[in-house]
Design a protein around this ligand. Sequence first.
Ligand SMILES: [Zn+2]
Ligand SMILES: [Zn+2]
Length: 334
Amino acid sequence: MEKASHLSVIVDLSPTQWHLSAQADNQYPLSIQTFLSQLLAFLNAHIASQHENTLAVFGALPGKSVMLYSSTEVLADDAAAPDANSYPPFKAVDSTVVQRMMYEFDAFKDVEEEAPCALVGALAKALCYINRITHPSTSPGGAAEDPSILPDPRILILSVSPDLSSSYIPIMNSIFSAQKLKVTIDVCKIYGPDTVFLQQAAHLTNGSYIYLERRDALLQYLIMSFLSPPAIRKVLAVPKQDKIDFRAACFCHKNIVDVGFVCSVCLSIFCQPVPVCSTCRTKFPIKTLQRLNASRPSLAPTSSRNTLPLANLNNATPRPTPPRNVNGGTPGLR
Ligand SMILES: [Zn+2]
Ligand SMILES: [Zn+2]
């Protein structure tokens, strides 16, 4: 029998983006109500596919992230009235997720300016949660469980917000943690432009990134691509993105750069040659800086999206992006 699987879903709940997504001038308008009903059907399908499957739902809201549902712990106020016409586990998920979402949205009624969505916070919470359920022996009083019965973990991010370039470093660090925990990150981009960072998250953790073209078919995309656990995907042809945007954000201004300069000591990325690395305080010879500045490309139109020739500050030869995903660690990233 195949192993149970754990699914953590991160729902991007940016009120502005969902309002824009529901506008009638979109080719396929999708309101949060329609989205929610399809999401709940997908969550129920995950619980139904195997009895031991576990589920957690996190919400990324403006400036905060919350856990909306967890099948392994009973949250205080989710005592739903029993209903003879519904299957209790489905009813528990549906009513808890909807109630908590409404509660969180109510808190934003009077907010004038919307903070950026705390997607990274939700991702970090999901990783902490997965770490806890996959390492039960480290919890107080918990006996070491047989690792073969622990669930295969994965995270599904349902994103509607654009990239937030200031969150590049925390996202990369979350990706490294996910690699260490052997967590697959899947991304479904429901609304808005492609996000560079989430494409990289899916690529580096063997997940799939799907840009939703027919938004009226959301549930079909979810079930066809994201319902099967990673172990089964080896025999299914789950769609993956054919091209990935590998650009990085510079550490100095948090801009996404086409050409960057990498500190040869700590691999920090800068948009221009710097005399002193702001991360590790390494000083670079003035001659190198002059040579690098002379060899910088003039402000050409940015066309090469999938290449990132990064010049090394010490030897001034452009080189491809260092393999920062190997063994899940880059010294000096903070
Ligand atoms: Zn910069
Ligand atoms: Zn450095």
